[in-house]
Design a protein around this ligand. Structure first.
Ligand SMILES: Nc1ncnc2c1ncn2[C@@H]1O[C@H](COP(=O)(O)OP(=O)(O)OP(=O)(O)O)[C@@H](O)[C@H]1O
Length: 289
């Protein structure tokens, strides 16, 4: 993702004289960042996410810098006349993949989300959870520069929930941006670069998370090749990076991001040696970022 998506003085109402759902919204979503959006029921979170995803247009104001975007809506239209795989291949080609690439990516995402067994099931016959996996897969298969997730974890089983957290970490590590709403305050705890609350028809940035728990973190001690510099991707993923001795680095990441960090280090050229991995529970407010 090269540019930041910007919302400038954006407002949305659904009819000419109807109430404004949102007004005066300014937001910049920079490449590589994870943004959480919170707010009480009916305050306009989904409205905002549809504007960010580009499937709805503002009544006033401007949205600029649109990157390649994918979206998991709050309600996914599952009664479609396709099998899960056929639907994903079709969506993949819409996202610019060849049929072959789309089939490969679709199979891979269904496998990762634990839904490979449903590939040939008609969408209309899928359970709510399985159809949610297809909704998630369709957004991930084109490796979007901006991923917009509206309650995307709802209805997923534990394995798929963890896989989606990993996918978010992968997207941001690759320089993409992710904007999400989730009712669980512990979702991707400690990972968002910014948290916003929708309140009174507009967006408020929360400078320091007050209520969201920081969540468990993982510290990874790594040793680089002689004279090696910490890979840039690892720097980006890590919340904290400290060189504790020449060539030895202590990296701290939210637990949801640890797999992606380890993969980045182990697949670096030349690879880094992982000396130790430890999970830390948060201690209290001073531990939050
Ligand atoms: N297409 C529409 N036409 C008219 N009003 C709408 C439309 N879509 C949303 N609204 C109204 O806009 C307001 C905000 O809705 P929105 O779904 O964005 O809230 P939300 O914060 O996502 O809610 P929830 O937490 O319950 O999902 C609500 O009052 C809703 O009734």
């Amino acid at each position: 993702m090269q540019r930041e998506l910007r919302l400038d003085n954006v407002g949305r109402r659904h009819s000419l004289r109807g109430p404004w759902v949102l007004r005066g919204v300014d937001l910049a979503v920079a490449p590589g960042t994870l943004v959480r959006v919170e707010g009480a029921n009916g305050t306009g979170k989904s409205t905002l996410l549809r504007l960010i995803a580009g499937i709805d247009a503002p009544t006033e104001g401007r949205v600029t810098g649109r990157p390649r975007t994918a979206y998991v809506p709050e309600r996914f239209p599952s009664a479609l006349p396709f099998t899960a795989l056929a639907y994903l291949i079709r969506l993949g080609t819409v996202h610019g993949l060849s049929r072959r690439q789309a089939a490969g990516a679709a199979g891979q995402w269904l496998e990762r989300l634990g839904a490979a067994g449903y590939a040939r099931t008609p969408m209309a016959r899928l359970s709510k959870g399985s159809s949610q996996k297809v909704a998630v897969a369709q957004a991930l298969l084109g490796e979007p520069e901006l991923l917009v997730l509206d309650e995307a974890w709802t209805g997923l089983d534990a394995g798929a929930r963890a896989e989606l957290e990993r996918a978010v970490a992968e997207r941001t590590a690759a320089g993409g941006a992710v904007v999400f709403v989730d009712h669980d305050p512990g979702r991707l705890a400690g990972a968002p670069d910014a948290t916003y609350t929708v309140r009174d028809g507009t967006l408020h940035r929360r400078e320091r998370p007050a209520t969201a728990p920081a969540g468990p973190r993982v510290t990874v001690r790594v040793q680089g090749p002689p004279g090696g510099r910490l890979p840039a991707d690892a720097h980006r993923i890590a919340a904290l990076a400290e060189e504790t001795a020449p060539g030895t680095h202590l990296l701290t990441v939210p637990a949801s991001h640890s797999d992606v960090l380890l993969r980045t280090l182990l697949t670096a050229r030349p690879p880094w040696h992982v000396v130790s991995v430890a999970t830390e529970e948060p201690h209290g407010p001073e531990d939050r970022r």
